[in-house]
Design a protein around this ligand. Structure first.
Ligand code: ATP
Ligand code: MG
Length: 588
């Protein structure tokens, strides 16, 4: 089934992967691929109809952590290619390692891929479902003289592997007969030996210039319970053996992975060729293509570090809005559209490079600018009293929901005698160029009246506690004659009596250094101590009804989202997604 439900891209930019796919399509390389409707060996696809999907890609996460922004690049790439070339993209849980995998991770991965806007249709798979085939494949390699059981210790194997400049040495067990190897391998599988006693290795070339071809291990003993297969297995396939087989069983055409697997490609091809020779797999075989992983400044994308940040409570869980996990990004208010635009903008390349975090934020701003309605929020409130406005009176002012989209209409904001303004919008001693409130100066209260400042009140310590002013009744925005007032300052405000007071979380970058832990420092030392600031803000009353995940631009402040977890009906709390301008840019 094609991924036609997946969101369309804005005119995709060509890249080397697209060129390979287009050349393959032009040459009809996969035209003869048959698809039996589900993954399986050659026999399962023999006689099946030609594959209706022109290409097959896959996203193969290991369910041992939450997906992060780097995975988003891979997801957008794989699902995007399937969408653009009338193909299919599989979601495959690469759960061949029994030790670390958990259902919680499987669920979070499904959520994240769906949230990004992608749909794998019927093509959701678990690599552990192929264990029987893998075991068969290993036995085939033994029978055909392409694999043997090695009984060296791990240390001996390491010593005999050789180096980049020196060839390895053959294991003393390399000459075992197929019969003996089969017998031993079956006993390994039956649980007769402890972990590490033997390992099954491919028999290729201990002198190869590519260390990955020096008889790589393909099966090891692990007496572990698997989250899906239970305790059926005492042997588990190595990743480098399992992954190519998974691809081939699923009839993947283009197997896209990150650059660190480049040196594994010869083994990937060797293995699949051997199994195809034996009639276990159907040709044409999948082609592995490597691209540069995403490196993003100001975050860490290593699973080990993310787990540490969560477990040691440097953040508030996997979906902490400061984490680069997709669950965190979602809570932060980042959008799937923003991620897809980001993936397009950074493109794919064959050489590693770093992307500045500001690029991701810019993609989010662009998307939010287009979609987020405007609202007014006072984050650091100071009381403004309009002494000549009748106490007890209230009226409505009308504010546009989106300056560039008049069709989104206007909403009413109550106006009354006492308002909240930002503390920074008043000063007694204005510096040059300050156009906001100071004694004697006039400003416009946005969408409302022009007021003239008359003075302020202070507490014993000299802190300003309230500002006083007088308004001009004929100056209301949108009424005839209002334009006659020429003022330079234009302040946002919220009626004190009507304000919705609530918690707002001002999130900032989790790390204060672009490259956390650079130069041998502990990366934890680079945590930004100001990455989360909790405030109580005064919001315009319309925000009280915001539903979870509703996104807004708070005028002059940035983009905010109603937290999807902590918001209650009629009582949302807000997270700052991103400021209006990049305060981290160099020189900014
Ligand atoms: P591990 O070290 O546990 O393998 P991983 O980050 O590679 O960690 P996987 O679950 O194996 O995690 O990743 C799933 C897919 O996402 C892989 O195809 C991998 O290449 C891709 N991927 C992971 N990190 C990045 C990244 N930073 N940029 C692009 N793709 C990535
Ligand atoms: Mg990986």
């Amino acid at each position: 089934m094609s991924n036609d439900k997946n969101a369309p891209a804005a005119a995709p930019v060509s890249n080397f992967i697209r060129q390979i796919i287009e050349a393959d399509l032009a040459a009809g390389k996969h035209a003869g691929v048959t698809w039996g409707g589900k993954p399986g060996p050659a026999a399962a696809h023999a006689g099946a109809p030609a594959d209706p999907a022109k290409i097959r890609t896959r996203f193969p996460p290991e369910p041992n952590g939450y997906l992060h922004i780097g995975h988003a690049k891979s997801i957008c790439l794989n699902f995007g290619l399937a969408r653009d070339y009338a193909g299919a993209c599989h979601l495959r849980f690469d759960d061949t390692n029994p030790e670390k995998e958990e259902q919680e991770y499987v669920d979070s991965i499904i959520d994240a891929v769906r949230w990004l806007g992608f749909d794998w249709g019927p093509n959701g798979y678990f690599a552990s479902d192929y264990f029987d085939f893998m075991y068969e494949a290993a036995q085939y390699l033994i029978r055909s003289g392409h694999a043997y059981v090695d009984s060296q210790s791990a240390e001996e194997m390491r010593l005999n592997r050789g180096t980049l400049t020196e060839p390895g040495k053959d294991s003393p067990w390399r000459g075992r007969s197929a019969k003996e190897n089969l017998e031993l391998f079956r006993r390994m599988a039956a649980g007769e030996f402890p972990d590490g006693a033997h390992v099954l290795r491919a028999k290729i070339d201990m002198a190869s210039g590519n260390i990955n071809l020096r008889d790589p291990a393909i099966y090891r003993i692990r007496k572990a319970v698997h989250h899906r297969a239970g305790d059926k297995w005492n042997v588990y396939p190595m990743y480098t053996f399992a992954h190519p087989i998974e691809d081939a069983l699923e009839r993947i055409t283009h197997s896209i992975c990150t650059l660190e697997f480049e040196a594994q490609r010869p083994f990937y091809d060797w293995l699949l060729e051997r199994l195809a020779e034996g009639g276990l797999l159907a040709k044409p075989l999948p082609q592995q293509i490597e691209f540069a992983r995403l490196n993003l400044s100001y975050v860490v994308l290593s699973k080990r570090k993310l787990i540490q940040l969560v477990q040691e409570k440097h953040v508030d869980g996997w979906d902490d809005p400061r984490l680069p996990t997709l669950a965190g990004a979602r809570r932060r208010g980042y959008t799937p559209e923003g991620f897809r635009a980001f993936a397009e903008r950074i493109g794919v390349a064959k050489a590693d490079s770093w992307i500045d975090y500001g690029v991701l934020e810019e993609c989010m701003r662009d998307d939010l600018n287009a979609r987020a309605e405007r609202r007014v929020a006072v984050l650091d409130p100071l009381k403004l009293v309009i002494d000549n406005y009748p106490a007890g009176q209230a009226e409505e002012c009308f504010a546009p929901n989106h300056p560039q989209q008049p069709e989104l209409g206007k909403r009413a904001m109550p106006f009354s005698r006492e308002l909240w303004i930002e503390r920074e919008d008043f000063t007694e001693n204005p510096p040059k160029g300050y156009f906001r409130l100071f004694p004697g100066n006039s400003v416009r209260l946005r969408y409302g009246y022009v007021v003239k400042c008359t003075g302020c009140e202070k507490d014993a310590a000299g802190h300003v506690t309230a500002v006083h002013c007088e308004y001009f009744p004929d100056s209301k925005s949108g009424t005839p004659g209002a334009d006659a007032y020429k003022v330079k300052g234009n302040l946002h405000w919220v009626s004190a009596k009507h304000a919705y007071r609530c918690e707002v979380r001002l999130y900032d970058r989790l790390f204060k250094e672009a490259n956390p832990g650079a130069g041998g420092r502990d990366y934890l030392e680079d945590l930004n101590p100001n990455s989360k600031t909790l405030i109580t803000a005064c919001l315009e009353p319309a925000l009280k009804d915001a539903s979870p995940e509703a996104r807004f631009q708070f005028e002059r402040h940035g983009y905010f989202v109603a937290d999807r977890i902590d918001s209650k009906p009629g009582a949302p709390v807000f997270n700052r997604t991103v400021t209006l301008k990049d305060s981290w840019a160099k020189g900014g």
